[in-house]
Ligand binder design. Structure first.
Ligand SMILES: Nc1ncnc2c1ncn2[C@@H]1O[C@H](COP(=O)(O)OP(=O)(O)OP(=O)(O)O)[C@@H](O)[C@H]1O
Ligand SMILES: [Mg+2]
Length: 318
């Protein structure tokens, strides 16, 4: 099995487009900072040692707790809220700050691992093996790695779902086990590898996996203020007034008595492009038309609701 069979893609960072994606993400500053710092310290642990020297005369024992920690991060939450976008782009910032090459190895379980029994295990153990081979063990005298790898396991629900009590197969459990083993090995060998898992369903992730996570980040839909931010960015140059933008933020919110507003992706991938196509080629985009269009669009149902509908459907079928 080679790299191309296993991974959807392998990206070398920094990359200008990835940086733009990273910069454009709204409402995620805290998660951005945390992921960048964590990964920076995996690649270049000397920075923590220097910090300890500067601020604690090198005596702070707490820094030792970093070294053997499983470098696993869980990004969980509703659809279209930036999990994949953040996971794929934060490495740019790490590459810049550590001044090393960072590679993103992206594995999507949803598209790749849905086939035969045992496929999931094969993918996961293959991915960890490949990453360990590729990252090498070279660290400079100061402990700085020559390169870093971010292993992204996207759509990790596929792994979680397969473990639900009723339909747990021996083989699926093996998938979870190979994930745990992979993460533990990376920690034990202190490799400059961060493992990032994205899921819509934190509650379905195996407790043994969750326990290992150095951090769990929960993602949710944009607030009114965050929608306004995305709309302002996306519609810069349109000449919309503040009042129109504000009405647009309302129209994409919990309008019409619904319990949820637009997701980030509803704004960036549906509403904004729709406005452009609606006006093209004869007219300019206008605030009034934009508000009308927004009112006619429905936000993606929350993930939980989607899941509930599916479950109810299954019950009815029995
Ligand atoms: N926080 C955000 N700020 C700005 N734009 C965002 C944000 N989150 C998502 N988007 C936009 O929505 C697109 C899709 O987001 P992304 O694929 O990261 O969602 P996701 O959380 O992975 O969803 P899913 O659970 O369906 O996989 C992004 O490419 C980006 O254009
Ligand atoms: Mg995603």
């Amino acid at each position: 099995m080679n790299q191309t069979d296993l991974f959807e893609d392998v990206l070398t960072l920094p990359d200008p487009r990835g940086q733009a994606d990273f910069d454009r993400l709204v409402g995620l500053d805290e998660y951005k900072a945390r992921l960048v710092k964590e990964t920076l310290l995996l690649v270049d642990p000397g920075q923590l040692r220097d910090w300890n020297k500067t601020h604690h005369r090198g005596e702070l024992v707490a820094v030792q707790y970093f070294h053997s920690r499983p470098p696993l991060f869980l990004l969980a939450g509703d659809v279209g809220t930036g999990k994949t976008a953040l996971a794929r782009s934060f490495g740019n910032e790490v590459a810049k700050r550590a001044r090393v090459r960072v590679e993103l190895y992206a594995l999507s379980l949803n598209t790749r691992g849905s086939g035969a029994v045992g496929e999931m295990t094969r993918l996961i153990s293959g991915a960890f093996k490949q990453v360990r081979e590729d990252v090498g063990k070279t660290r400079g005298g100061d402990g700085k790695a020559g390169r870093g790898i971010i292993l992204l396991i996207d759509e990790a629900d596929a792994l979680a779902q397969s473990r639900e009590a009723a339909q747990m197969h021996h083989e699926d459990r093996a998938g979870v086990n190979s994930l745990i083993r992979g993460v533990d090995d990376i920690a034990a060998e202190r490799l400059p590898v961060a493992v990032v898992m994205c899921t819509n369903r934190l509650d379905a992730i195996d407790p043994a996996v969750r326990r290992r996570a150095a951090a769990v980040f929960e993602f949710s839909r944009p607030s009114r203020e965050q929608r306004l931010h995305v709309l302002k960015d996306g519609l810069a140059g349109s000449g919309f007034t503040d009042r129109e933008l504000s009405q647009l933020a309302d129209a994409t919110g919990e309008a019409d008595g619904r319990t949820h507003g637009f997701t980030y992706s509803d704004l960036t991938q549906r509403l904004i492009p729709t406005l452009v196509l609606d006006a093209f080629p004869e007219r300019a985009v206008t605030g009034a038309r934009a508000i009308e269009i927004a009112k006619g669009l429905k936000p993606t149902p929350p993930f939980r609701e989607l899941a509930d509908t599916a479950r109810h459907g299954a019950h009815h079928g029995r």
